[in-house]
Design a protein around this ligand. Structure first.
Ligand SMILES: *Cc1c(COP(=O)(O)O)cnc(C)c1O
Length: 230
């Protein structure tokens, strides 16, 4: 089932790329496995998807160990896509290859400090709150420029790009304005960054709206439900 679903999702991503003249290889599928077992993760890895997204440090600890003991150890890349509390940062920098959800200087500083302790430069994305839903995390667009500047002073962080979530429950096309806004911010911020600091990643699009996200420039889509349905 997971295998078939991944093939379908991948072909839809590729189709969206073709429609807008993008290289399908420029879009990574992040398999979101929150609420699912290490066994499910191994099946996903078996299908050739090596990017795994989780949203709770507590939940991923045991899965991280199980996958680490498998033949995929060293190949899998772990993505933290959920809100990160500062008291979980120590564990997070030890497990995650990319943290999508940095939305304050306080959190960035905590990640920088813990990364320094283990001699790591942690790849991060800044989560931007493009929608006005109260429940969503993320930095406000008006505060993005300042946060980017502040983060550039932290030597154990590497800012790779931006992430957002469109409001849930709408038609796929309703997500387009939020994705386009993030893409605009991405281009604007990149214009202000030196050549060696340019961002390359735009993380946007979920099961309900990933084709729209691809057409708006996503380089990473985060897919959960669509992997497991059927
Ligand atoms: C759960 C989650 C996803 C995946 O959502 P689906 O609708 O299940 O595809 C993507 N991004 C974040 C931040 C999530 O929490």
């Amino acid at each position: 089932m997971i295998n078939d679903n991944i093939a379908k999702i991948r072909s839809r991503i590729d189709g969206a790329c073709r429609e807008c003249g993008r290289d399908p290889l420029s879009v990574a599928l992040i398999a979101v496995t929150k609420g699912h077992s290490a066994r499910d993760i191994l099946q996903i890895l078996e299908s050739g998807v090596l990017f795994i997204g989780e949203n709770k440090v507590q939940e991923v600890l045991s899965k991280f160990q199980a996958v680490g003991a498998s033949k995929y150890s060293g190949q899998v890349k772990w993505h933290m896509i959920g809100h990160l509390q500062t008291n979980k940062v120590r564990d997070a920098v030890r497990m995650f290859d990319l943290i999508h959800s940095v939305d304050s200087f306080k959190l960035a500083s905590a990640i920088d400090k813990e990364s320094a302790k283990i001699g790591k430069v942690q790849d991060i994305l800044i989560e931007v709150k493009t929608s006005h839903e109260e429940s969503k995390f993320g930095v406000r667009p008006a505060d993005l420029g300042v946060l980017v500047q502040e983060i550039s002073g932290l030597s154990h962080l590497k800012l790779k790009g931006l992430m957002t979530m469109a409001p849930s429950g709408g038609y796929p096309s309703a997500a387009v304005p939020y994705f386009s806004e993030l893409k605009k911010m991405f281009d604007f911020v990149n214009g202000s960054l030196g050549r060696d600091r340019k961002m390359s990643e735009l993380s946007m699009g979920m099961s309900g709206d990933f084709e729209e996200a691809v057409k708006c420039g996503a380089t990473m889509v985060r897919i959960g439900r669509a992997l497991f349905e059927g």
